[in-house]
Design a protein around this ligand. Structure first.
Ligand code: IVH
Length: 671
């Protein structure tokens, strides 16, 4: 069918086409045309409507954000009361609910519908002859507020329904702010130095209660519909699940996680599964709603004053709780960075007891406006680290002072300096700061660095407190007799620790460099630097240009290293490590270092980044291996760089192990 030339008809065609694409995009989550083509359709429709304003209809997709419309918040009496739900909090309570239900009905229901309880705000949408005429908040359940202009901006809410539409339809659902949208919104807030939003639910509620619908439109809210409130002139149904299918057919988004189950045991399974997958969705949930599926049985069970007897909500543990912020204290980390953290009245939230939460920096404390003595909201969702979200201002005692970064480090009494506004604070005490040295040594001995087994947090703390060590070099000159005097240390533990320390002297430049904990120089960068320079003393006097020439080492890393290596404390530390017997140099790669590849036959193909062909060959031969030109069944390894060709195919056919450059490096230099 070719497009109509009559503007009235063409506008109708375009609206229909756009509506169907919108349905695919916003409801099914499956885009049916490229964005640019959709834009073209919208543009054409807008042009027609501009030329013929009388053709504009309320349900036109161009009218989601009406120019002059303001949200009225006028009272709206719902056609059918919006009930809330009773809730249960355990399997026992759930089964007790079903027992009461069975008693009331005289028989167990043959099916339940299980649905996710979306954590947003309830909305009631009214359609007359298939056109959205009203959106209202729940209010007290009888009367809500008119938020039509705002709900019209939510793209997954159809402005016009498809198929056989009823005369009047009132549907209920939950408007939510997708978690990713919430995170993006707070990133923008942070960039602007503004207070972050507390959580997706409150933000969604705030967005729906905007006077100016363009503000609501900017928030990318979404909706799931979960209940039919009132219908006139529509089909009749026997079950709730059928009504949900009907809503889907009319073009509403209905949550695909909804399931019909046939027994309370299956409800329990659904609850367990939903709990496990709680964080797999793009929206937050705070429970599971269980509804009797049979509508006749629903009617028979009836309502209490506030809620239906035929449904209940299984509450999931809250991920937000309020508690008292007892104090804000600071940590001095291994680089000397000072980080404030919240000391909380312990609170059980998101499945764990939370007593501490980081506050990142002073700017963050002020942005969130949290003050010691405040009642604050603490949040822990899934495996995410606990966070202080913000204060409950109505509970703030009068004259509560703001918190400021202390001027002196509480651990060493040296000044704390602030840089980058309030974003970075640093203790100037260097290794004289007991907190910094503790963190430093703990990192130095850790598995990714010098890997000294037995030198964990507790031991480091003991050795520091007893004055046995004061810096990393001291670790390598420990006195056995002195250790044996320590409480709870026997010969075996002391000898094991000393043996681990002895081994660590030979850990190599990469691990040593990692252990030194230079800002921005983690394991990978440290290994690259070690691979290139092989010597810590050489690195201490490297120039910016020499270091910056290395692949993967950018200007910030260069600046960090040069700054570190020119600090007299660090120069002294490196000297002392050398004196204490720590190996500061790695052997040259092309001197025969081992026979670790003895008898192994290699073929090299493609382009390697870190080696020329002769270098790669020399590295293999230095370890007792042999390099040949073609792949055969006698080949032990094919080393394949970029753009490897027929040799790679051959190796794969013969089942010869293929090493990429990383694996090759590992074979040469790994442990
Ligand atoms: S059914 C008569 N189903 O939870 C039944 N509610 O107190 C009415 N909610 O206000 C509610 N997801 O805002 C139902 N799948 C779902 C829901 C759901 C979220 C909210 C709704 C209601 C509250 C229950």
């Amino acid at each position: 069918m070719s497009p109509s030339t009559d503007p009235t008809q063409r506008a109708a065609e375009l609206r229909e086409e756009i509506r169907s694409h919108n349905y695919g995009y916003y409801v099914l989550g499956e885009p049916s045309i490229p964005d640019a083509d959709w834009d073209d359709l919208m543009r054409e429709l807008k042009e027609i409507e501009t030329a013929h304003p009388d053709l504009i209809t309320l349900d036109s997709p161009t009218q989601r954000v009406g120019a002059e419309v303001e949200t009225t918040f006028a009272p709206v009496t719902h056609l059918q009361r919006m009930f809330s739900l009773d809730n249960v909090e355990s399997e026992d309570e759930l089964r007790a609910w079903e027992s009461r239900l069975v008693r009331a009905l005289g028989e167990p229901p043959s099916a339940y519908m299980c649905e996710l309880k979306i954590d947003g705000l309830a909305v009631s949408l009214t359609y007359e002859d298939g056109v959205l005429v009203r959106g209202a908040t729940r209010g007290d359940g009888v009367t809500g507020e008119d938020v039509t202009a705002n709900v019209r901006t939510i793209r997954s809410i159809p402005l016009r329904l498809c198929g056989d539409v009823p005369d009047v339809l009132e549907v209920r659902g939950e408007i939510y702010l997708p978690v990713a949208e919430f995170a993006a919104l707070n990133r923008r807030q942070e960039e602007l130095g503004r207070k972050p939003y507390v959580n997706p639910r409150n933000t969604a509620a705030g967005s729906v209660r905007q006077k100016d619908p363009t503000k609501t439109a900017a928030r990318n809210l979404a909706v799931w519909l979960y209940q039919v409130g009132y219908v006139a002139g529509g089909p009749s149904f026997a079950t709730h699940s059928e009504t949900m299918r009907w809503l889907t057919d009319l073009g509403f988004p209905v949550n695909p996680e909804n399931r019909v189950v046939v027994s309370i045991d299956e409800v329990v399974d659904y609850v367990e599964n939903a709990t496990r997958h709680r964080h797999d969705h793009e929206y937050e949930t705070d429970g599971i709603v269980i509804k009797v599926d049979d509508l006749t049985l629903q009617e028979k069970a009836g309502f209490t004053a506030k809620s239906p007897r035929w449904a209940t909500a299984y509450k999931l543990p809250p991920e937000e709780k309020s508690t008292i912020l007892k104090a804000i204290e600071i940590n001095v980390g291994r680089t000397g960075a000072v980080t404030p953290y919240a000391v909380l009245e312990p609170v059980f939230v998101g499945g764990v007891t939370v007593e501490h939460a980081t506050l990142h920096n002073e700017g963050e404390v002020h942005r969130k406006d949290v003050r010691p003595g405040d009642t604050v909201i603490v949040r822990r969702a899934g495996d995410v680290i606990p966070e202080v979200v913000g204060p409950i201002l109505t509970k703030r005692p009068t004259d509560l002072p703001e918190w400021h970064m202390p001027e002196l480090c509480p651990f060493c009494n040296n000044p704390i300096v602030l840089t980058d506004g309030q974003a970075k604070a640093k203790c100037t005490g260097g290794f004289a700061c007991p907190s910094r040295i503790r963190e430093y040594l703990f990192h130095f001995a850790s598995r990714g660095a010098m890997d000294i087994e037995g030198l964990g947090y507790k031991t480091v703390d003991t050795l520091l407190r007893k004055g046995i060590i004061a810096d990393p070099a001291d670790v390598f000159v420990l006195d056995r007799a002195r250790l044996l005097e320590l409480d709870g240390w026997g010969e075996t533990s002391v000898d094991n620790l000393l043996a681990a320390i002895e081994r660590a002297k030979d850990a190599g430049v990469g691990r040593l460099l990692t252990g030194l904990g230079v800002p921005l120089i983690g394991g990978t960068v440290a290994r690259t630097m070690a691979h290139e320079f092989r010597s810590l003393p050489t690195l201490m006097s490297v120039t910016e240009d020499e270091l910056g020439a290395i692949d993967g080492i950018g200007p910030e890393i260069v600046a960090s290293w040069i700054g570190w290596a020119s600090d007299p404390d660090n120069i002294h530390l490196v000297e002392r490590l050398g004196e204490a017997g720590v190996r500061l140099e790695d052997p040259e790669p092309d001197t025969p270092t081992s026979d670790r590849l003895a008898g192994k036959v290699f073929v090299i193909t493609g382009t390697l980044e870190g080696f020329t062909r002769p270098e790669a060959k020399a590295a293999i031969e230095a370890r007792g291996g042999k390099v040949t030109g073609s792949v055969s069944s006698k080949t032990d390894y094919l080393v394949a760089g970029a753009s490897a060709g027929s040799k790679l195919t051959k190796a794969e056919q013969l089942g010869v192990p293929v090493l990429d450059e990383a694996a090759f490096n590992n074979l040469l230099f790994g442990e």
